[in-house]
Design a protein around this ligand. Structure first.
Ligand SMILES: Cc1ncc(COP(=O)(O)O)c(C=O)c1O
Length: 389
């Protein structure tokens, strides 16, 4: 079959399965609202969990600093060549200090971090054990790595321990990798249990706090801060693209691991560095979020209330965070539910396989601290209505 015919047939199959994706036409974003395909909607699909991306005052202040200091819009080179602006050092020093760890390293994105760290640190004599529901970027990292990998059942640490026991003594190094707040289910890893397991079996623990940073912990460091295990986790990663309302990502670790990554991590070495304009903004949002404990509490309370109201309607709403999924099972129902919410003025996107497992399609409500209960209350009835509860 000709190439064009093959890919066109595959796209038809995606349409048939309700899995076909199209880029939305986003024309405006303004505080809680977003204009999508000409319709102004309450945005319940943003990862800007603290609303920092829409903080006009902060943006205006940064615009001044930005023009005064003449920050460039490009770094024009990789960090190992000429792209290593002093703002990198400033940001990494601030991150290491904040976490009380020896060192930090900034990457172009969470995706870059996850496809680079495991392949850099592991080799064919090692083993990677990964939560079954880890993000696609972690899975891609494991596919790139030479080390074999196994997936333990989601949040099932007895299963993880079985795998650890079976693997003990057979590998040079075992790595355990998990998200802290799972992006599609909004449920939480038990980081204390993971630390106990990694210590018992001499494994290295890597925790992706993409959805935990800014939301959990006294200073917004994530679930590792809530669990009191910031010092025990070997590598903690976070992204600037979600609650920190910027672009890029980071990891905190030992100085030795940092040095090793700088020398071996391909997605760090072979890419153009972030522009100074972005680094300066990331520094600002990082510092600001530390002070936003009140907003964090408001966000988690809002999520908990929404979850209770939805569960009271007999809906399947897993998790315990600001990410509130409503499982529909069928792809068509998720799409219909999202359409109904859109008609009523709410943007909640459907999530379908392969992003989530087969038969577990859902709409994913992602809350932010600037929302009030009055803003979201109507969705409870709308969702209950269509799912037939
Ligand atoms: C758990 C997790 N890790 C990593 C990423 C990737 O981060 P980034 O958007 O900075 O590439 C995402 C989401 O995009 C995510 O949900």
């Amino acid at each position: 079959m000709q190439f064009q015919d093959r890919i066109s047939q595959e796209l038809d199959e995606l349409r048939r399965l309700d899995r076909f994706r199209i880029l939305p036409d986003i024309t405006a974003r303004n505080g809680k609202h977003i204009a999508v395909n000409g319709q102004f909607l309450l945005n319940l699909s943003s990862n800007d969990y603290l609303g920092l991306g829409d903080d006009r005052e902060m943006l205006a202040g940064y615009a001044e600093e930005f023009s005064e200091r003449q920050y460039a819009m490009t770094s024009s080179s990789s960090r190992l060549l000429t792209g290593n602006h002093p703002l990198y050092d400033q940001l990494e020093t601030a991150l290491a200090r904040l976490y009380g760890r020896e060192a930090a390293l900034v990457f172009n994105s969470g995706y870059h971090a996850n496809i680079g760290i495991i392949p850099a640190l592991s080799g064919r004599h090692d083993l990677v054990l990964s939560d079954r529901k880890n993000h696609a970027s972690i899975i891609d990292g494991m596919k790139i790595a030479e080390a074999p990998y196994q997936r333990y059942r989601h949040l099932d640490y007895d299963h993880l321990e079985e795998l650890l026991e079976r693997a003990a003594g057979r590998y040079r190094q075992i790595f355990i990798v998990t998200e802290s707040v799972f992006s599609m289910d909004g449920d939480l890893a038990d980081l204390s249990r993971l630390v106990a397991l990694k210590e018992k079996y001499g494994a290295l623990l890597i925790v992706d706090e993409a959805h935990g940073v800014g939301v959990f912990g006294e200073r917004g460091l994530g679930l590792c801060e809530t669990a009191g295990v910031v010092q025990q986790i070997d590598i903690i990663t976070g992204t600037f693209g979600k609650a920190l309302a910027s672009t890029g990502a980071y990891a905190v670790m030992s100085s030795l691991v940092r040095e090793y990554l700088i020398n071996t991590m391909r997605s760090f070495i072979f890419t153009t560095a972030l522009p100074p304009a972005i680094l300066g903004w990331s520094q600002l949002t990082l510092e600001r979020q530390v002070t936003m404990q009140r907003e964090r509490q408001a966000l988690l309370q809002l999520a908990s209330r929404l979850r209770c109201e939805l569960i009271a309607q007999s809906l399947d709403v897993p998790g315990e965070s600001h990410i509130v999924p409503v499982i529909t099972g069928s792809n068509a129902l998720a799409v219909a539910l999202a359409a109904r919410l859109r008609d009523a003025g709410f943007l909640c996107l459907p999530v379908r396989p392969p992003t989530v497992p087969e038969k577990s399609a859902r709409i994913r409500i992602s809350l932010r601290s600037t929302l009030r209960w009055e803003d979201i209350e109507p969705i409870v009835g709308l969702i209950g209505g269509i799912t037939g509860s």
